[in-house]
Design a protein around this ligand. Structure first.
Ligand SMILES: COc1nc(N)nc2c1ncn2[C@H]1C[C@H](O)[C@@H](COP(=O)(O)OP(=O)(O)OP(=O)(O)O)O1
Length: 175
């Protein structure tokens, strides 16, 4: 079946690393989309906000920490069977922060070793692009999910030398 996109929604996703100890900070989602899954911290943009501003804000709101550095490392475009709305998720990598990760209404933060990432309790796309993310390689990904959001039916993951401002839908690989 062709993948038709009539509209896309922008999201951020921030993953904080403790590179010295090879650990990653994830949050258990306590409500809404992605409930009961470990993920990075992020969400939708507020009116008038840039993608980068939203990334800093969401990390602070959901984990109570302030990123000192943050680099956009990739964009994932998610589509779902029989749904014309795509999710364009801008992924950021942060290695320094201020504050103490603290549980909030939306997320329960926890550190995981790079060797023990809980992929079985994460979105299924994560195990595909995390290896690039962890080694600091910029990427563009497309993931087409089953209608029940449980399985990746088709995927395309590319290493890039520059991450664009937004995903160019005319250049997408899955269509
Ligand atoms: C479908 O595959 C996905 N995989 C991963 N790893 N992350 C995803 C996927 N789809 C969405 N996400 C990310 C993008 C955002 O970081 C969150 C969802 O954000 P949410 O819906 O919670 O947005 P908020 O603005 O925080 O929502 P509230 O209005 O509830 O505050 O998941």
């Amino acid at each position: 079946m062709p993948i038709i996109i009539e509209k896309k929604k922008l999201f951020t996703l921030v993953l904080t690393l403790d590179e010295k100890n090879r650990k990653i900070l994830l949050g258990m989602k306590k409500r809404g989309f992605g409930l009961n899954k470990w993920n990075g911290f992020g969400g939708k943009l507020e009116p008038g906000e840039t993608i980068v501003q939203a990334a800093y804000r969401e990390l602070e709101e959901e984990a109570m920490i302030q990123a000192v550095d943050m680099d956009k490392i990739g964009i994932n475009l998610f589509t779902f069977e029989n749904d014309p709305v795509a999710l364009e998720v801008h992924v950021f990598r942060s290695t320094e922060y201020k504050g103490t990760p603290t549980e909030t209404e939306e997320m329960r933060p926890e550190w995981f070793s790079y060797d023990n990432i809980p992929f079985d309790t994460m979105w299924p796309d994560d195990r595909i692009w995390f290896p690039l993310f962890l080694k600091g390689q910029q990427f563009l990904g497309e993931f087409h999910f089953s209608e029940d959001q449980k399985r990746v039916l088709e995927q395309d993951l590319r290493e890039v030398s520059h991450v664009p401002e937004e995903y160019d839908l005319t250049q997408r690989k899955l269509a």
